[in-house]
Design a protein around this ligand. Structure first.
Ligand code: TXA
Ligand code: MG
Length: 354
């Protein structure tokens, strides 16, 4: 596969910047790829109805082609031609949570190419809550296949600079609208089963979903603290090594004080062995680490702040040439469920409990 040589970056702050978005839309209609902002992370957009565009997306990301792409729409009504059946619960969820960080898995209509769905008979759909994303999809005039705009295996991009670092020269355009708001990807919910099941915890919390579906279940492989049995994982993307910076990551889980004491001990051991170690801390615990190399990811009092910064912090350790990242675990409530799912994967399930 031949990649484009230069990637154009445009800055779009407001959704009414029509000339720029029209240019982006024309690229997609001609079969090209445009990275675009959403409220969760940046997506890599291509025409979801064009199998060639899906092939290009897999190649640009270096992604296995059995890992299905999320299809983005600008209006709830647009899902009608894309799904074979809309369960009643989905209508309720769409009314309550769209636009927003909730992706719903439906049985797919025949017109959705199997290359977009990674060969599956189901399709994942979402309407993002970002004005520029919605204006971009409208400018394209077609549903947009949009995986996270990172190289496969790397942390998802929350800025256009992250997209550049991974995909410059591999895609046609990047729409830069600044830092994304949520920071972790959407929650993927399978509504083809009853009760619906979370296949990937994400930006819409389990607690929020329970308000509409009290019986909602969670794929146990996404919340366990040991590497999942590959055959049991239900969202194909959740079985791959993921979110990893180049440095080795270790997660230390438990009560904050115990975590901090263990991290100090590990840090000093690594340094004495000539390794460049770094700590991913929270505001509540940062003072324990003294002069040790520390990055604050957010506050335990608001796990949304940890979600927003998580991928950026994981990437920043690479820029510092760090060998080992010692990351603090947080509570698996609210957005903490998605944060811990990503962090444990980034660590390849190297977890120390204190
Ligand atoms: O927030 C997000 O969801 C971002 C933004 C750009 O919208 N997109 C995103 O896409 O995270 P991606 O491709 O990086 O992750 C999609 C996840 C993967 O784990 C994939 O396996 C799963 O959703 N998925 C997609 N279609 C599916 C399907 N039909 N059945 C089960 N899982 C599916
Ligand atoms: Mg991804």
């Amino acid at each position: 596969m031949q990649f484009v040589n230069s990637t154009k970056i445009i800055t779009v702050v407001k959704a009414d910047d029509l000339p720029q978005l029209k240019e982006a839309g024309a690229i997609v209609r001609q079969g090209g790829l445009v990275a675009f902002p959403t409220e969760t992370v940046y997506g890599l957009g291509g025409n979801a109805l064009d199998p060639e565009a899906a092939t290009k997306i897999y190649a640009a990301k270096g992604r296995p082609s059995d890992n299905p792409l999320i299809v983005h729409v600008a209006q709830p009504e647009e899902i009608e031609g894309l799904v074979a059946k809309i369960p009643a619960v989905a209508i309720e969820l769409i009314e309550r949570f769209w636009p927003g960080p909730l992706t719903l898995v439906f049985s797919a209509a025949a017109q959705v190419p199997r290359r977009t769905t990674g060969g599956l008979s189901t399709v994942a759909l979402r309407m993002p809550a970002h004005p520029v994303a919605l204006a971009f999809i409208e400018a394209c005039g077609c549903p947009i296949a949009g995986p996270s705009a990172n190289l496969s295996g790397r942390p998802s991009p929350t800025t256009a600079q992250h997209v550049m670092a991974d995909l410059a020269g591999r895609i046609d355009m990047i729409i830069d609208s600044g830092h994304t708001g949520v920071g972790v990807e959407s929650t993927v919910l399978d509504v083809t089963v009853s009760p619906p099941q979370i296949l990937r915890p994400g930006g819409l919390t389990l607690e929020q979903l329970r308000e509409v579906i009290p019986s909602v279940t969670v794929d146990p492989t996404t919340v366990q603290d040991t590497p999942p049995e590959i055959d049991l994982v239900r969202a194909p993307g959740m079985k791959y090594k993921h979110y990893a910076p180049k440095a080795e990551v270790l997660v230390i889980e438990g009560k904050p004080e115990g975590i901090a004491a263990k991290i100090c001990e590990l840090y000093d051991t690594y340094i004495s062995r000539g390794k460049k170690a770094a700590i991913m801390a929270t505001t509540e615990t940062a003072h324990y680490y003294g002069q040790r190399r520390t990055e604050i990811v957010g506050t335990r009092a608001d796990l949304g702040s940890v979600a927003v910064n998580l991928f950026d912090r994981l990437r920043c350790f690479d820029a510092q040439g760090v060998d080992v990242v010692l990351a603090e675990g947080v509570d698996m409530v609210g957005l903490g469920l998605a944060v811990m799912n990503r962090l444990r994967k980034a660590a390849g399930y190297r977890i120390i409990k204190v």
